[in-house]
Design a protein around this ligand. Structure first.
Ligand code: ATP
Ligand code: MG
Length: 359
């Protein structure tokens, strides 16, 4: 079997490598460090990416120029928010109204066109809410360093945030997980909850949207679509042409994880719609020191990324899957006692959203 090279060697690449092991797939994440060795690639090897933008180094150039770089043209279109928003508009898929922030645009035009809450988003390189800034109506000016490098979006008063992770194979067939409910605090994802009965009525709407995007891009592999829910209506926030943090729950809650599904699609192996085991919780560990006591919680499945802990940095996650709401209560209580106090609101959010689900 040919080697699958991954642009990037962060936690997503590591989890792809891990997912390939039971199938004896040779998955090799490649570092962006300037001194990283240039891989020795065979003509029938495959290339994928764990992130949508990468620096130019000898190693990344070798991967990106390989003829079997799957979805290569897609990265240019989706890594920049401007063509990404244009794509959504072209497909008439609902997204927050937006404007390119060019050199002549003035603040008043933006507020007049987009409403009284306007969010500036850098076109490239933003993540975890970084590279975003609410436009201050009192200032009355757009900072120069955002011009030509950002879009402006209407602030959306959404009810909640959801995401759909789906995959398309080489034959154009589609595979979806159930929608995940996501808690973002100040940008970064803190927790996801999947397999909720109350989200089922939105599933078809979400699948139709992502299915059209995947088809239009002739995409192969896993893509994530982040959405806002406004009543019964979904609006796309952004697209990620890769495995995604809001799909980490699939490691515990689905018969095929998003990482394996992506690898299967990229390698042209048989696909299947993943069977879901039950309501599943994913808690992100952000800027939190490792605590081995987490491992004493029976249902906890810990992924620790081995990174230096810095405030707010994603350093791991814990998944819990169960046959129903009731069996999640005890592990959630145990985890609450073992996490810093600031996680209280995250655990409360999970509990609140499990209310109403079958016990
Ligand atoms: P991440 O990497 O965590 O997905 P990001 O940096 O790529 O985030 P976005 O997903 O665009 O950026 O924004 C981060 C969060 O900011 C969203 O999850 C949402 O909570 C909030 N947000 C983004 N756009 C809007 C908007 N137009 N109106 C209101 N809130 C928004
Ligand atoms: Mg996002």
């Amino acid at each position: 079997m040919s080697t699958i090279w991954v642009l990037g060697n962060g936690q997503l690449g590591a989890m792809m490598r891990h997912a390939g092991l039971p199938l004896a797939m040779d998955v090799r994440p490649v570092s962006f460090a300037p001194e990283a060795p240039v891989p020795d690639m065979a003509p029938d090897d495959l290339v994928t990416a764990e992130i949508e933008h990468w620096p130019e180094t000898d190693a990344t150039r070798r991967l990106a120029d390989h003829p079997n770089f799957v979805n290569r043209p897609v990265f240019g279109r989706l890594a920049d928010r401007l063509p990404q928003k244009q794509l959504l508009d072209d497909l008439a898929i609902d997204t927050a109204p937006w404007r390119a922030v060019d050199t002549t645009l003035d603040c008043h035009t933006l507020f007049r066109e987009l409403g009284d809450r306007v969010l500036l988003k850098r076109r490239r390189g933003g993540y975890d809410g970084k590279g975003q800034s609410w436009l201050d109506p009192r200032e009355g000016t757009i900072p120069d360093d955002w011009r030509g490098a950002a879009i402006a979006e209407r602030g959306i008063p959404f009810d909640e945030e959801l995401s759909l992770v789906g995959a398309r194979d080489r034959q154009g067939r589609l595979y979806f997980y159930p929608l995940a409910l996501n808690l973002h605090v100040g940008g970064p994802l803190h927790a996801s909850l999947a397999g909720l009965d109350r989200l089922a009525p939105l599933q078809q709407q979400a699948e139709t949207m992502l299915g059209r995007i995947l088809g239009e891009l002739d995409y192969v592999g896993v893509m994530a679509m982040e959405c806002f829910r406004l009543g019964e209506r979904l609006m796309v926030n952004e697209l990620a042409p890769r495995v995604h943090n809001s799909g980490h729950w699939t490691q515990a809650g689905a018969s095929i994880s998003q990482f394996e599904l992506h690898l299967r699609a990229v390698a042209g192996l048989p696909m299947a719609t993943p069977a879901v085991k039950g309501p599943t919780v994913m808690i992100n560990l952000l800027g939190t020191d490792r605590n081995d006591a987490w491992l004493s919680i029976p249902q906890a499945e810990l992924y620790w990324y081995g990174k230096t802990v810095r405030p707010g940095r994603k350093v791991g996650h814990i998944n819990f899957c169960s046959g129903g709401r009731a069996s999640l209560e005890s592990p959630l209580s145990a985890l609450r006692d073992l996490l810093p106090d600031r996680y209280g609101r995250v655990i409360d959010w999970v509990r609140d959203n499990l209310k109403g689900e079958a016990a």
